[in-house]
Design a protein around this ligand. Sequence first.
Ligand code: NAD
Length: 326
Amino acid sequence: MAKRALVCGAGGFIGGHLVNRLRKEGYWVRGVDLKRNEYGNTHADDFIVGDLRDPYAAEKALEGGFDDVYQLAADMGGAGYIFTGEHDADVMHNSVLCNANVLHAAKDAGVKKIFYSSSACMYPEHNQLDPDNPKCSEESAYPANPDSEYGWEKLFSERLYLSYFRNYGIQVRVGRFHNIFGPQGTWTGGKEKAPAAMCRKVAEAEEGGVIEVWGDGKQTRSFLYIDECLEAVRRLVESDFTGPVNIGSEEMISINDFAKMAIAISGKNLSIRNIKGPTGVRGRNSDNHLIQQKLGWAPNQPLRVGMEATYKWVSAQVAARKLATV
Ligand code: NAD
């Protein structure tokens, strides 16, 4: 009989791709989300439209029993959503309820293993002030000082999951995602993250034009392509390592150089204007020592490869929208 997996947040970017990956591996997969995936990217065997803030919806999602549960449902978005302070109450309230309800229902349903998607946003701000030398090794999480309420919620929920492991014996796996990107993610509307936003701005710009980039452009980040993210998640879940562990790329780049990469991929002649905007910490990069040590593997695909695929997809969306509005 096929193993059964539940993906919470299956209507979203990573969840949608994860469903497909698990199906390819032969799992029977149920997805659950507030909404269906807008790009039709969820080939789940069963899909429940439900609100995981409601404990009964979480119980219902777990009905029938599962070998593995992946909890990715969260109220989140890019810097324009999580760093302005305007959505803090919703971000904390909504995500913590999803996390608590799914975990509790999974424990009651006798689930063997549950994966929790934490974020690099839980790392302390004081270790990420130097854009050229940020520190994001797993043990540097404490003393805690995330720069956003989104990060605090992630840190609290990590602890919640680890508590259930200690007190109830449910196997937990915690991954700290660092900027996951790729096709079929949010690319417009205010919740999009930097890679998709950058590709959209470049795709929309007229030849010889200007694109706006938030901050002074010297802030640094790394970005992990979706396929490598899923590879890491699956390897972690199949391993006997609980985590938390970074799931990210070590290829750090300044945001202006990132914009230049998107421009170069497009083949357009564009310039950059840096403007004020929410940016988060000054520097962030994944530290992959632990994942390499525990899983014997770490992501290594060059950023440019993933950006080419992402630009291709986002520019097709931009062109389709343009056609629809003519
Ligand atoms: P996403 O916004 O595309 O997906 C999250 C999904 O959760 C959405 O489809 C949303 O509808 C669903 N959801 C929200 N509230 C819900 C509720 N009450 N009930 C049911 N479903 C609900 O985001 P994503 O990029 O796919 O991220 C997935 C997970 O990974 C999230 O937990 C996120 O915090 C974490 N993460 C992502 C990144 C990244 O760069 N994408 C980085 C760090 C952490």
